[in-house]
Design a protein around this ligand. Structure first.
Ligand code: NAD
Length: 251
């Protein structure tokens, strides 16, 4: 068996083809886990898998049958699921008048339904076994509102409440459920879904104006916190929403 914080642990990471999900896959593999990467972006998933040795399952986390099937397949292959990380997410940048029904449903179906479907599928195995850990991706915008990202803020508020409520439901069974609440992280999502993508200078200005630490984070700085929450190092931590935001939420 390999050594490391997650030695021999069976982990599933959604959204593992890009950004913080991909950084989590790398961190988990380095920590000794056997990782299945779930993403709808097949090419991106295969790139990360080639680099890390993760197993790829291509699909859409907003499809409940896919979620049940992919988790059941991991358990059938490896005998259990120890860790689930829900990193898959999408954003729509608009206030209510610029958010049509499809925009709203798309954000809710991935960010909220996807977290629920994947977690439910994993908990069906973790709860009877009496062990396991789920780490969700919330956001600083799950705790406070932000202008121009209505559906996204609503979805991340729901992720924070799913995290707390599931933690209470499963604490007695020994299954822990936590979330990270990232601030502004340097990933493809940060510049996506905008009419004019921000330049490097725009992002520096944003950091200078809004982040106490005066810089964006890199994905691996969030993945380290995910690794901690997923591991036995955090064995007395459940229902926590951990900010990884360079100090924004302290203000
Ligand atoms: N980047 C930020 O500043 C920031 C801040 C706070 C929270 N977050 C959250 O962190 C998580 C990771 O974001 P990121 O910035 O790394 O984004 P990203 O866009 O780099 O990666 C998101 C991944 O999710 C996958 N995905 C999207 N919809 C999917 C679906 N229906 N089924 C399966 N996979 C799907 C994408 O293909 C992609 O690989 C997201 O939940 C995001 O909302 C990001």
């Amino acid at each position: 068996m390999s050594s490391g914080t997650l030695a021999g642990q069976v982990a599933v990471v959604t959204g593992g083809a890009s950004g913080m999900g991909a950084a989590t896959v790398r961190a988990f593999i380095e920590a000794g886990a056997v990782v299945t990467l779930v993403d709808r972006d097949e090419a991106g998933a295969r790139r990360v898998a080639h680099e890390t040795g993760a197993v790829v399952v291509v699909g859409d986390v907003s499809d409940p049958e896919f979620c049940d099937g992919s988790v059941d397949a991991v358990v059938a292959t490896h005998g259990c699921i120890d860790v689930l990380v829900n990193a898959a997410g999408v954003i729509h940048r608009a206030a209510a008048p610029g958010t049509d029904d499809d925009d709203w449903r798309r954000v809710m179906s991935v960010n909220v339904d996807g977290v629920f479907y994947m977690s439910r599928a994993a908990l069906r195995h973790m709860a009877p076994r009496g062990s396991g850990s789920v780490v969700n991706f919330g956001s600083i915008w799950g705790g406070v509102g932000a202008a121009g990202v209505l559906a996204y803020c609503a979805s991340k508020g729901a992720v924070h409440q799913i995290t707390r409520s599931m933690a209470l439901d499963h604490a007695v069974e020994g299954v822990r459920i936590n979330a990270v609440a990232p601030g502004h992280i340097d990933t493809p999502m940060l510049v996506s879904e905008r009419d004019t993508p921000p330049t490097a200078a725009d992002l520096e200005e944003l950091a200078e104006a809004t982040i106490p630490m005066k810089r964006l984070a890199q994905s691996d700085e969030v993945a380290r916190v995910v690794l901690f929450l997923a591991s036995e190092e955090a064995r007395y931590v459940t229902g926590a929403i951990v900010p990884v935001d360079g100090g924004i939420s302290a203000g």
